[in-house]
Every structure is written in C-alpha cells, then in structure tokens.
Design a protein around this ligand. Structure first.
Ligand code: HEC
Length: 107
C-alpha cells in the first residue's frame, strides 16, 4: 500500500473517532444498513457507490423519494429504502448531510 493512502486512512479513522466521541450528533440507530454501502461517515465503500457526506439535504431527500417511487429504478436502493420507515430514513439523510465531504479529508 502506498504511504499516501496509509496517511489518508489514518486521518479518516482519527476523524471518525473525533466525530463519534464529540457526541455533538450521535449516529442514527438505523445507520448500519446504509453504511454498508455509503460508509458510516458518508464516504462510499465502493467505487460505483456515491459518497453522501456533506450532500445537500434536500437533494438527498429528493433522490431517495425517486428510488422509493421507482422514478430512479435501482434495485439495491429500492430494497434498502424499503427496510427503514420514513422517519428513520430522514435521520440517516440528515446524518450524511452533516458529514464532511470526501475532498476535505485529503492531506
Ligand atoms: C447495496 C448497497 C447500498 C445500500 C445498502 C444503500 N445504498 Fe444508497 N445507493 C447505492 C447505489 C449503488 C447508489 C447509486 C444508484 C444510482 O445509480 O442512482 C445509491 C444512491 C443513493 C442516494 C442518491 C445519491 C445521489 O448522489 O444521487 C441516496 C440519497 C442513498 N443512496 C441513500 C441511501 C440510504 C439512506 C440507505 C439506507 C437506507 C442506502 N442508500 C443504502 C447503494 C446502496
């Protein structure tokens, strides 16, 4: 592994530690399912999955309602969205909207 990515990973882990220990905003209960793909802090776990960190909340809400209605036809997202109720989904979106975008984590 390159030194560069090692540093980036350590910074990301340190950042996560601060975010969780500060307790200003605690992670929503149902974050886990979404985090499997979008990451706990909204930095996606795969290259074909979008980062959600720091994204505009209204945009996230509108995207999610499009998956739920089928206007955006993505099986994985429709299935995931169907497993949480509306209030739980909104808590997760608020959490992601409040995270730091990926760019600002780079050294
Ligand atoms: C199995 C992996 C997976 C899981 C689990 C998952 N997502 Fe997604 N999500 C994706 C993928 C892939 C996309 C991009 C789909 C597309 O092409 O529109 C996406 C897109 C989104 C978008 C739109 C992003 C954008 O930039 O338009 C939102 C919002 C979102 N997901 C929220 C959630 C929430 C909330 C949960 C938990 C209920 C969740 N996702 C669970 C894979 C996943």
């Amino acid at each position: 592994m390159h030194m560069h990515s090692l540093i980036a990973i350590s910074l990301a882990i340190a950042g996560a530690g601060i975010a969780f220990s500060a307790g200003a905003q605690s992670p929503p209960q149902r974050l886990g399912l979404c985090a499997a793909c979008h990451g706990e802090l909204g930095i996606a776990t795969g290259k074909t999955i979008p980062n959600l960190a720091g994204q505009n909340l209204e945009y996230l809400r509108s995207a999610l309602s499009q998956y739920r209605s089928g206007a955006r036809d993505v099986a994985a997202m429709r299935a995931a969205a169907g497993m949480l109720n509306a209030a739980e989904l909104d808590q997760v979106l608020q959490w992601y909207a409040g995270q730091q975008p990926a760019e600002s984590r780079l050294p």
